[in-house]
Design a protein around this ligand. Structure first.
Ligand SMILES: [Zn+2]
Length: 344
């Protein structure tokens, strides 16, 4: 397994060097990022005061307040039951049990992080520290899950999700004794991102690491096609006058900066520096790892990976689990220098 990992690393290092060779940028790969925000790490976040009972508004130690975006109400629900509803919503039940356990620990840690940081409510949902939408982490009730995934899915996979959550009960991730903010995403495209390359804040446990086993990820490679006219129009509508024509795109659109994770930080369009994130948003791309291919009157924008690329790659976790790594190894791989500890 070690040999395979080393081999994968070498291959990946070779792949990484490609963007810097600067073929024609307009025909080559670039990367981009999503919309999650990184919050400053908390100074007072000591493991020893991670007790859930310290969080205000808790009527019982095992109950938490969650703002339900679907009903616009604050729910008071069981802590570990909440984790099950997150794992079932954020990761396919078909995944390897070790990947599901890793997701259970990240879901629990994320909840705790938010409870500490937003003990008096989040600005966007002032009566609860966390919500059920993608703004925080997605949660669905058991009934909603059965409704959306079906009885058969429920029979086949709910028990496995319960097992993943129950077998890691109370386990969370810390860095130097503090609860971490365990960001995660679908598919890194081969290497995760340094937090500062995506969200501007350098977080010591959110470092760029290789993610070599994502072959099964459905959105590892994808593309968006637009006509040259639409392409130019979109860019002009966003950035004002730029001298772009059907015939000069490969000269006017150049690769700027590439992150350590291999994603596009900046693109130079007719001399103007534009962030990869903006291009991702403008063309609704899966990631900031993108490149352009112009064929006649059409431009295909190729993307690698899905999501912001910071922290754990869920498809990478699945790939590692299928290679025989356990959830602790997966978590310690994607979150640099963290510990897995039990909540008090
Ligand atoms: Zn929220």
């Amino acid at each position: 397994m070690l040999n395979r990992l080393i081999y994968a690393l070498i291959v990946f290092a070779m792949l990484l060097s490609i963007p810097n060779l600067s073929l024609n940028f307009f025909e080559k790969k670039m990367n981009l990022i999503t919309a999650a925000e990184i919050h400053e790490t908390e100074k007072e976040n000591n493991l020893h005061d991670i007790k859930i009972v310290e969080t205000p508004e808790r009527e019982e130690p095992n109950l938490i307040k969650v703002f339900n975006n679907k009903t616009n109400e604050v729910m008071v629900i069981d802590f570990e039951e909440y984790i099950k509803g997150v794992v079932a919503s954020e990761m396919p039940g078909e995944f390897n049990i070790e990947a599901l356990k890793a997701q259970s620990v990240t879901a629990r840690t994320y909840l705790l992080y938010r409870m500490k940081k937003y003990a008096h409510g989040h600005p966007e949902h002032s009566d609860a520290p966390i919500c059920t939408g993608i703004h925080c982490q997605v949660w669905s009730s058991k009934d909603e899950i059965i409704k959306s995934k079906g009885e058969e899915w429920y029979e086949a996979y709910w028990g496995k999700i319960e097992e993943a959550v129950n077998s890691t009960r109370g386990q969370i991730l810390t860095y130097e004794g503090k609860i971490i903010e365990p960001l995660y995403h679908s598919t890194s495209g081969g290497r995760t991102e340094n937090s500062e390359d995506v969200f501007s804040v350098a977080v010591p446990y959110l470092r760029s690491v290789e993610s070599p086993y994502e072959e099964e990820a459905p959105k590892l490679y994808d593309s968006v096609k637009v006509s040259v006219g639409q392409f130019i129009e979109k860019i002009k509508s966003q950035y004002g006058h730029v001298d772009l024509t059907e015939n000069n795109l490969d000269e006017k659109i150049q690769l700027g900066e590439v992150s350590e994770g291999g994603k596009i930080k900046t693109v130079i369009i007719d001399g103007k520096e534009v962030s990869g994130r903006e291009i991702r948003s403008l063309f609704n791309l899966n990631s900031t790892n993108f490149s352009f291919i112009q064929t006649g009157n059409e431009i295909e924008i190729l993307t690698t990976g899905y999501g912001h690329g910071v922290g754990m790659s869920q498809w990478g976790a699945e790939g590692m689990a299928n290679k025989g790594y356990n959830y602790e190894e997966i978590l310690k791989h994607y979150y640099t220098d963290v510990e897995i500890v039990s909540m008090k």
